[in-house]
Ligand binder design. Structure first.
Ligand code: PNS
Length: 169
C-alpha cells in the first residue's frame, strides 16, 4: 500500500518530569508513526500540584528530544479529544507499564471515545527494565535525596537537582 500522507501520533501526559520510560514510549512510537507530538496537558486527570510549570515541562521534553526532529514537544489546554483534532493527529499513544495501568487508561480511552467516536488509542509497553518507573516515584526519591540518575536523562537530572535542592535550602 502506498501512503500519501504522514502518520502523526499524539502522546499526551503530565511529564512532571519526563522519565526514561516516557522517552522510551515516544521513541518507540516512531516505529508506527512518522511524527510524534508530545503534549503536556494543562489539566491532568489525576490533579496534583506539579513540581514543574507547564513551560518547564515542555522545555525539559524539548531538551530530551533535541536529537530527534520527528518529535515535537508542546503544551495544550483543555480536552485531549479537542486537541487531537486541532493537532490533526491520527491517534493517541499512551504507555502501559503493567496491569495496574490498564484500568485508568481504559477508563480515559473510553471516556474520550464517548466524546469523540473517531478518536483512536494505541498503547505501547516500555522496555521491561523501565516498567517500574513513574514520574511520581522519581519526584519522591528526588525529594528524599535519593539518586534518580538511573531514571531520567542528564538534562532532567540537572533541573531536578536544582528544583529539589531549592526546596531544602
Ligand atoms: O501523565 P498523566 O497524568 O497520566 O496524563 C493524563 C492526561 C494528561 C493524558 C489526561 O489527564 C488528559 O487527557 N488531560 C486533558 C484533559 C482531558 O481531556 N480530560 C478528560 C480525560 S477523559
Amino acid at each position: 500500500m502506498t501512503r500519501t500522507r504522514e502518520i502523526v501520533a499524539l502522546y499526551p501526559g503530565s511529564f512532571d518530569p519526563v522519565t526514561l520510560g516516557h522517552e522510551d514510549i515516544a521513541r518507540r512510537t516512531l516505529r508506527v508513526a512518522d511524527r510524534v507530538v508530545v503534549a503536556v496537558a494543562g489539566t491532568a486527570t489525576q490533579a496534583k500540584r506539579p513540581a514543574f510549570t507547564l513551560e518547564e515541562r515542555v522545555e525539559m521534553l524539548q531538551e530530551v528530544f533535541a536529537d530527534e526532529p520527528r518529535i515535537e514537544c508542546i503544551a495544550f489546554q483543555g480536552l485531549l479529544v479537542r486537541f487531537l483534532r486541532e493537532a490533526k493527529a491520527d491517534f493517541v499513544v499512551r504507555g502501559l507499564r503493567a496491569v495496574s495501568d490498564f484500568e485508568y487508561e481504559f477508563q480515559m480511552a473510553q471516556m474520550n471515545r464517548e466524546m469523540d467516536p473517531e478518536a483512536e488509542f494505541i498503547f505501547l509497553t516500555p522496555d521491561a527494565h523501565l516498567s517500574f518507573l513513574s514520574a511520581s516515584l522519581v519526584r519522591e526519591v528526588a525529594r528524599l535525596g535519593g539518586d534518580i540518575s538511573p531514571f531520567v536523562s542528564p538534562s532532567v537530572l540537572r533541573r531536578m537537582e536544582r528544583r529539589f535542592g531549592e526546596e531544602d535550602a
